[in-house]
Every structure is written in structure tokens, then in C-alpha cells.
Write a protein that binds this ligand. Structure first.
Ligand code: RP5
Length: 165
């Protein structure tokens, strides 16, 4: 779907459907702003299980360091991805029409002990925060990225007015 230019991607953004892109593009855009190379792919746990297996099994070997997985409804994608890779997996519940994303949230968050998924908020906030968390994980071993992340947060702080009107 999309890829950052330059060095190989460090973050893989996967989603169950093209219909998730309107939410998940916020993760891609946030990583782009922070200069973190990312790739985005449609990988469905239910409709393309072999694609999911191939993606998760090859992710670490291809140089990915974090996976962000977004899905809606019966959202098995993050948990299934986490079951097939040792990379950290961050789950983004996509807002569904029928249940407003509560189904997605509960599907992703309630993992059995042993296979963790770091679950974020429903929708755009979760996608942005998954990207920020992925950047923070990578920044542990990347001082230049840590500086960019600190600058991003400082700019956010500076942009908040104290006048409510
Ligand atoms: C899930 O089903 C996807 O993650 C998406 O959120 C939801 C609906 O998919 P579409 O029917 O819009 O393709 O697998």
C-alpha cells in the first residue's frame, strides 16, 4: 500500500481491510513526521490468513522492529500476528459501524496470558498513539529519534493555548 522512502521499514502497519486505512493512515503519517521508516499493508486474519502468516513469519527477518495492527469487528489480526512473531505488536481497535469499536477493542485487548498485544484507544487516537509508542520503543536505541520525539512533544505542548475561547 504505502512505504516511506529511504532505508528499509522499521515499523510494519497492517490492517484487516482497505476500509481501515482512514484510521490507520494516522499511524503512517505520524511515523513519517518523526522520520521513522514504515510500510503499510492490508493483511486480513480472516480473508487472507496465508498472507498474515507470511507477513508475521518474515517480519523480523526483513528488519521490522515493531508491528502496528489495526482491525475492526472480530479483530483477530493483532493477536494472531503476535502469536507468530516475537516483535512487539501494538493493536489499534478500528471503530465499527455496528458497535462503535467496542467489539474491536474487546477482541484486541483481552489476550490470554502468554501472547501480549499492547492495545491502544479506539480509532484515530489509537493509531496516532500506536505510532508514538512505536517511535518511543525504537528511540531507546536511537538517540536521534529520541530527540525528534522530544521535539514533537515540545511542539505539541507549545501549541496548546491556555485561553479556552
Ligand atoms: C475487519 O473487518 C477489518 O479490519 C475491518 O475493520 C472490518 C470491515 O472490513 P470491510 O468489510 O470494510 O472490508 O476485518
Amino acid at each position: 500500500m504505502t512505504s516511506s522512502p529511504g532505508p528499509g521499514p522499521l515499523v510494519g502497519i497492517i490492517m484487516g481491510s482497505r476500509s481501515d486505512w482512514e484510521t490507520m493512515r494516522h499511524a503512517a503519517e505520524t511515523l513519517d513526521r518523526l522520520g521513522v521508516p514504515q510500510e503499510a499493508r492490508v493483511v486480513s486474519a480472516h480473508r487472507t490468513p496465508q498472507r498474515l502468516f507470511d507477513y508475521a513469519a518474515s517480519a523480523a527477518g526483513r528488519g521490522l522492529r515493531v508491528i502496528i495492527a489495526g482491525a475492526g469487528g472480530a479483530a483477530h489480526l493483532p493477536g494472531m500476528a503476535a502469536s507468530m512473531t516475537a516483535l512487539p505488536v501494538l493493536g489499534v481497535p478500528v471503530e465499527s459501524h455496528a458497535l462503535k469499536g467496542m467489539d474491536s477493542l474487546l477482541s484486541i485487548v483481552q489476550m490470554p496470558a502468554g501472547i501480549p498485544v499492547g492495545t491502544l484507544a479506539i480509532g484515530r487516537a489509537g493509531a496516532v498513539n500506536a505510532a508514538l509508542l512505536a517511535a518511543a520503543i525504537l528511540a531507546i536505541a536511537d538517540p536521534a529519534l529520541a530527540e525528534r520525539l522530544a521535539a514533537w512533544r515540545a511542539a505539541q505542548t507549545a501549541s496548546v493555548p491556555d485561553d479556552p475561547a
